[in-house]
Structure formats: C-alpha cells, structure tokens
Design a protein around this ligand. Sequence first.
Ligand code: NAP
Length: 255
Amino acid sequence: MTHVLLLGGTSDASLLARRLHQDAVPAVFSYAGATRSPAAQPLPTRSGGFGGVPGLVQFIRTHGISHVVDATHPFAAQMSRNACAACAQTGIPLLALERPAWQPEAGDRWVTVANMDAAARALPTAPARVFLAVGRKQLAAFAPLVQHRYLLRVVDVPEPGSLPVQGATVLVARGPFGAEGERALLTEHHIEWLVTKNAGGEATRGKLEAARALGLPVIMVQRPDVPARRSTGSVDSVMHWLAHEGVAGAMLSMP
Ligand code: NAP
C-alpha cells in the first residue's frame, strides 16, 4: 500500500499535485494553512500544522504514508527539518523538490546577507524607497527603520494594524510576476532598493531582471540551513523517483 504525503505551499508543489493526480498516485496534499484562500488542488487536501515532529510521525503512521515529498518553500525551514526528523524516525523515504537558488548575473548589484536582520542592517541609514519582497512574516526586522518608505506585496489583505512596518504602501497580489510588470512597479514607486529572499524559480524572478535593468541594488537573503537530504529540482524527477520506489501509477518514462 502506497500513499504519498506532499508538503506544499509552492507553485512546484501544485505542479507535482497535478502529475500525481494524472498518474493516479494515491497522495494527500498538505498546506500549512498560512493563506486564506490557497489554490485548490486535484488531490485530497489537509490544512494546518501537524504538531511538530511527534504530530507528523503520528500522521505518517495513522494515514499509512509510504513516501514524503517536501515541496515547501526553501524558507519554510522548520517544516523541512520536521520532515527530515519524522521520516528518519519512521523509516519513510523522503525527497525534497526544491528549486536551485538564484545566482547573480552580469549587471546585478547584489548584497548577499545571511538573514532578515542582516538585510535590515544592509539598508542605507539615509531615507530610501525600499521594496520589501519578503512576505509578511519577516517584516519585524524593518520596523525600527522608520526613515524608509516601504512597498510591500502580500497574498492576503492584511488586518488593520497587523503589519509591523508603519506607513507602507501595501499591494495584495499573487504571483507569478513577470519582468516587465516588475519594472513598471519599481519605476512607478521610485524604488531605490529591493530586499528579497533567494527563493529561486521562475515565478518571482522577474523582479531581479527588473532591478538589473534599472541598475538597482538588491539585498539578497540566503536560504536557511536544512539537514542534508535527497533532493531534486524537477517534477519529472520526483515522478521518476516514485516509479523507482515502486509507487503504483508513477510513470518511469519521461514525457
Ligand atoms: P515553516 O516556518 O517552515 O513552518 C512553520 C510550521 O508551519 C511548521 O512547523 C508546521 O507546523 C507548519 N507547516 C509549514 N508548512 C506546512 C505544510 N506544507 N503542511 C502542514 N504544516 C506546515 O514554514 P513557513 O515559512 O511559515 O511557511 C508556511 C507555508 O507557506 C509552507 O508550506 C511554505 O511552503 C509556504 N510558503 C512559505 C514562504 C516563505 O517565504 N517562508 C513563501 C511561500 C510559501 P507543525 O510544526 O505544527 O507541523
């Protein structure tokens, strides 16, 4: 009996869900429950934390999970650590679906930093117009820097007073975001600095191309550490792995 647990929350996870559905692989899709209206999935879907490693171990056992695919965002490190620990405890095979990190190209003006606090310290002390493309969870580092004018982009309309940075311009939008639109956005808001996580992938790369074209400095936050684990960058490779693992329905032939 096989049953795949797909840890989601990324566009890659949604692509994989479609393939698992197409190939009739028994699977359950898991959301953290972080956004109000997550994309519908063609798989049975659950939502909300498992309750740490013990909760995930229990979920794996009670739902007969035979394989776990961690397709969470590269910055969702806690979930990835928990998945490693729970799979080690239960002896269940784990594969991470993760996009390669972005690399600087000619013309880029990147300041690479280790975390969000370092990103805040890397901003100039003089007032500047800053696009914080970092999601809403990690804005607190910028709260003390009241001299800047911030542009934020979030998935859900924020509750009044819920954002830790004051006086920011808030856009509510869901990617993907192309380079042309990003360039227009940066120009319209007279952005001088861009702060972003090194998420990798195509859906949100456009802002980097736009910053390069406009000659803007980019503060690039590196990915948090996760334990060493088997990983791949493509949905095809996940399906290949599942087929080799003997999971019914996963096709060995590449499309
Ligand atoms: P995180 O810090 O690694 O996880 C915090 C807790 O949320 C986990 O310990 C787990 O709770 C729960 N959780 C996270 N992902 C889950 C999933 N797929 N299914 C069930 N529970 C999950 O994660 P995060 O940075 O808050 O991200 C939350 C979700 O948003 C992730 O699924 C991620 O893929 C997505 N996302 C994150 C970012 C980002 O920049 N961080 C960007 C885009 C999308 P328990 O310990 O109780 O199990």
